[in-house]
Design a protein. Structure first.
Lengths: 248, 745
């Protein structure tokens, strides 16, 4: 469903070139949850932004359902749902108005949009919130609305960039549970998170990124044999060891 | 239900497969509807915000009554603080002056005595203070010109006795008034504070004198008689500008208020979106950024217009209810017609300013940053308003294309009741182009990664030269270039037309240079910078021989139709050239006879053909084609082609629009069929050259029986020949550009 091929992005930071993403390649199948993990500055968010077309890659390309982002940006956007940690809401619109507005943006027919809204409201426990102004929502409620917004057009693939950042344990559990449901629905999911314990439970495969490069990729057992570590936390420590040593 | 629990549901729709994904914003029928819904959402969100309501409704409700109080106080204090104010009173003769002065002095003495004695109420005191002053006498040539002298502000007040004064019986004898009562006709200008003050000055003293005399008479005789020194008012309604026109302040106030209304939504819908984290969600949706921006523009414009309407209504109601109408807007006051005209002008201003605001706020990454950008702009808005207060400043051709200044000056002239329609058209047209330019600029910036993720990109990325060759120049860039070309062309053409000292040959060469710079050099630089492919982006494709022949034929046969369209203007009432300007055109044509034909053809046929086609059927056509249908591309490029041809030196000639737009339509059709700009260049040059040749040899042609009068229709046989020629050329064009024989780039 999602194919990344030699994706590269460089930024000019005050005359110095920073390679944020360096020849990144991986694939995610339908019904698979792919955990893109790495420390801050690894290039996870930049990768997600390039996949959906918010950033233009310097080299390489991303394809979603056979459509290349650089050639058919709208086709790619129509097939993706994006949830970012920094996603906001329209304070003066009600939850219903906001969700239907995005359904319209994605070209969902009004009747279909209402059906999708009803289903998502039940699944994400939004029914009581539909006619409330977004400004009055709590953080957890906002995050659920954001998730519903990304799903309102029933996309076959989802990009979740730190979807639980800033949420409490209970709130983030809702999101994590829902990601499991997306897999069952046959949706391809790429998720970036710092919650390594949840990632272990949730993701089918992992890509460990560091300084823009994909250092290890595979299932948890494959990573264990490749790194010799038992869990993701240890893998991360091992990953960051050269950097920590250099800085000390 | 706790947040951690998810309701299980079995009826959740599985994600659609690839074929059922809605291709958002691709159906042309749906685009407009979605755009409208998008704009309505933006508007709904904006209008629900209390801050918008405060700016929109509360501000005008509070501002105008306060302003009215300030104006009233200003008018009042400008008189009370000037205790020694001089009133110029015009009289028809020395005798009248002596007589009136004596009565005024007597009245003044009475008033002063009453004032000193304290036997007066507060109103009398104010009246006395307000009307205190001194009199300067002016002798009018005759009583008949009294009104004119008041209108021309030579005197503040004219005082003419209702009957001529018989000096033998009246001289130096006030008491004679008992036998022959005297009534002064006091002519003043309504709406002029000084004139009205002079009236009150004279009336109050004459009344005091009369009452005093009447008291004496009643005491003496015990009977009622006529007042010895009565007076009656005679007001003149004056349609011209008041001596000091507060109307000059009005455009500034309205402009500032309209700006105030548009600022908040513009910031909120761009930088505010970014700050809230909703901009990324919008850009991630399959909606063209230009569509998003356009919806935001409509919303900002709607709020700006609402603000303008509320402010204008508030101003009209306040000025009527407080009696400031005449003082502010002259004799006729603020009529409904003027209100509607000003509202239309404010709509134009709102369209302009909303676009500028969006272009600026699109650059900002936060609310604060946007405010920092807007404040200098608001201060800049004060400049044209202040400039407009200069009474000697005339609304000229150059100022008609200076953004903002043109609208404020046009508003001033509108309020003062004298507007030059040509200058008004130039101001409206140029502002329209600036709107397009600002939206084009905003489209370049809005939602780019430099704005979305400012920490990772730099400003130079926005205007970065593409690494790969581009199929065409982006429409937003072309819109920006087109909009900047119009004022450039207008100013350069006007400057050239005013340079009378330049000889005819040099003038032709400079005109060719102007055309080259505006229509060839600027677009070519833009195309070069954007690495645009010559074929797809500029139409520089080798055409078929048939297409070239067809273009030449069309070049020869189109002019009769263009001529008839030119004449059609008159029948529908479009005629801008005055008799003297027509004479000037005729003189220019006469002088062409003495210029070498090669030079004429080079400057007025070859250069316009190459340069104008390079831009209109080359760059503009290709850019438009990327976003719309062939027919819309042809029509839009033809309309712009027609609009540019309305500019003719220092004047605007709307009668040139129809024939030029018609040629633009044909040239667009040729460009579409041939995919090449070269036949268009040929057609354009042949058409211009042929018309110029006919003009140059018109006397010789007339001598051989082919005379063409500019104001008469062509013979039917000529038109029939032209139609046959057009049919043949079009047939050849269609045949020669069939897909199987299409040229290879």
């Amino acid at each position: 469903m999602i194919d990344i091929h030699q994706l590269t992005k460089k930024f000019d930071t005050g005359g110095r070139e920073l390679v944020a993403v360096d020849r990144l390649s991986f694939s995610v199948n339908a019904g698979e949850v792919y955990g893109l993990l790495g420390p801050n500055g690894a290039g996870k968010t930049t990768t997600i932004r390039m996949i959906i077309g918010l950033l233009e890659p310097d080299e390489g390309y991303a394809e979603v359902d056979g459509f290349r982002t650089s050639r058919s940006p709208d086709e790619v956007k129509a097939r993706l749902g994006l949830v970012s940690a920094g996603d906001g809401v329209y304070p003066w619109l009600s939850v219903r108005e906001m969700l239907l507005f995005f359904a319209d943006l994605y070209g969902v027919a009004p009747r279909q949009a209402k059906d999708n809204l009803q289903n998502l409201s039940q699944l994400l426990d939004l029914t009581e919130l539909l006619d409330r102004r977004c400004a009055s929502l709590s953080t957890g409620q906002r995050q659920r609305v954001t998730l519903a917004r990304a799903l309102i057009h029933a996309p076959p693939a989802m990009l979740l960039d730190e979807p639980t950042r800033g949420m409490d344990v209970l709130g983030s559990q809702v999101v994590v549970d829902y990601i499991g449901r997306l897999r069952n629905e046959g949706i391809a999911v790429i998720v970036t998170t710092h919650r390594l314990d949840e990632a272990e439970r949730l993701c089918d495969r992992f890509g460990l990124m560091h300084e823009g490069r994909l250092l290890h990729e595979g299932t948890l057992s494959e990573l264990r044999s490749a790194t010799g570590c038992d869990n993701l936390v240890d893998m991360f420590r091992q990953l960051l060891q050269p950097t920590l040593a250099a800085s000390s | 239900m706790p947040e951690t629990e998810l309701q299980s549901s079995t009826n959740y729709r599985a994600p659609p497969n690839r074929s059922t994904i809605a291709p958002a914003w691709t159906g042309r029928r749906q685009v407009l509807g979605r755009l409208v819904r998008l704009a309505l959402k933006e508007l709904r969100e904006t209008l629900r915000d209390r801050r918008t309501i405060v700016t929109l409704v509360v501000m005008p409700l509070v501002l105008y009554p306060i302003l009215a109080l300030v104006f009233q106080r200003f008018l009042l204090t400008s008189l009370t603080t000037q205790g020694a104010k001089e009133y110029v009173i015009g009289v028809d003769s020395t005798q009248s002056m002596i007589r009136l002065q004596a009565q005024l002095d007597a009245g003044d003495r009475i008033l002063r005595a009453e004032h000193a004695a304290g036997g007066h109420d507060e109103q009398d005191e104010t009246e006395y203070e307000v009307t205190s002053g001194s009199v300067v006498w002016g002798e009018l040539p005759s009583a008949a010109v009294a009104e004119k002298c008041v209108v021309d502000a030579l005197v503040h007040l004219a005082a003419i006795p209702r009957r001529g004064l018989d000096m033998e019986s009246h001289a130096d004898n006030d008491d004679d008034g008992l036998d022959r009562p005297l009534v002064w006709k006091l002519t003043y200008r309504r709406g002029s504070p000084t004139s009205e003050a002079a009236l009150r000055y004279v009336e109050s003293r004459l009344n005091a004198y009369s009452e005093s005399q009447l008291d004496q008479q009643l005491k003496t005789l015990g009977v009622a008689i006529e007042l010895p020194a009565g007076s009656e008012r005679h007001a003149i309604d004056f349609s011209g500008a008041p001596v000091f026109s507060l109307a000059a302040l009005i455009p500034l106030i309205l402009v500032l208020m309209t700006v105030t209304g548009a600022v908040y939504p513009a910031i909120d819908l761009t930088a505010g979106e970014r700050e809230r984290g909703t901009l990324e969600m919008l850009i991630a949706a399959p909606v063209p950024r230009a569509g998003l921006l356009l919806a935001k523009y409509v919303a900002v414009l709607a709020v700006a217009l609402l603000t303008a309407i509320v402010n204008l209504t508030g101003m009209a109601i306040t000025s009527h209810s407080t009696g400031l109408n005449a003082s502010l807007f002259g004799g006729a006051g603020l009529s409904l017609g003027v209100v509607i005209k000003v509202l239309l002008l404010l709509a134009l201003f709102a369209a302009f300013f909303s676009a500028v605001l969006l272009a600026i706020t699109s650059c900002a990454r936060s609310f604060k940053e946007a405010q920092a950008y807007i404040i200098p702009l608001m201060l800049l808005c004060l400049v044209p308003g202040v400039v407009c207060l200069m009474p000697s400043l005339e609304f000229t051709g150059l100022l008609a294309v200076v953004p903002l200044v043109n609208i404020v000056l046009l508003a001033r002239d509108l309020l003062e009741g004298h507007v030059d329609p040509m200058l008004a058209m130039a101001a409206v047209l140029s502002t329209g182009f600036y709107v397009v330019a600002a939206i084009g600029l905003a489209a370049q910036i809005f939602g780019t990664d430099a704005i979305l993720y400012g920490s990772q990109s730099t400003w130079s990325d926005i205007f970065r030269r593409p690494r790969e060759p581009q199929a065409s120049v982006r429409l937003s860039t072309t819109a920006l270039v087109t909009s900047l070309m119009f004022p450039c062309y207008f100013v350069l053409s006007a400057t050239l037309a005013r340079s009378q000292e330049i000889g005819m040959e040099s003038r032709l060469l400079v005109a060719a240079l102007v055309t080259t710079v505006v229509f060839l050099a600027i677009p070519a630089l833009v195309a070069l910078f954007n690495r645009v492919k010559l074929g797809s982006g500029l139409g520089l494709v080798r055409p078929t021989v048939g297409a070239l022949i067809s273009a030449v034929i069309l070049g020869f046969v189109l002019w009769p139709v263009a001529h008839e369209l030119f004449l059609l203007n008159e029948s529908i009432g479009i005629r801008s050239l005055q008799v003297d300007q027509l004479a000037e055109v005729k003189s220019l044509l006469d002088r062409l006879v003495h210029i070498p034909l090669v030079l004429i053809l080079f400057a007025l046929a070859v250069v316009p053909g190459v340069c104008e086609e390079f831009f209109f059927r080359g760059m503009l056509f290709s850019s438009l084609r990327t976003v719309t249908t062939v027919w819309r591309t042809i029509v839009v490029s033809a309309v712009l082609f027609g609009l540019f041809h309305v500019v003719a030196g220092t004047v605007l000639t709307p009668e040139r629009f129809l024939p030029s737009a018609f040629l633009g339509l044909v040239l667009g059709g040729v460009r579409w069929r041939t995919k090449s700009v070269i036949p268009c260049i040929l057609l354009h040059a042949v058409h211009n050259g042929f018309v110029l040749a006919v003009v140059r040899w018109r006397d010789e042609l007339a001598a051989r029986g082919f005379g063409i009068e500019e104001a008469t229709h062509l013979p039917a046989s000529w038109l029939a020949t032209a139609v046959v020629g057009i049919v043949v050329a079009v047939a050849l064009l269609v045949v020669s550009t069939r897909p199987s024989r299409s040229p290879v780039s």
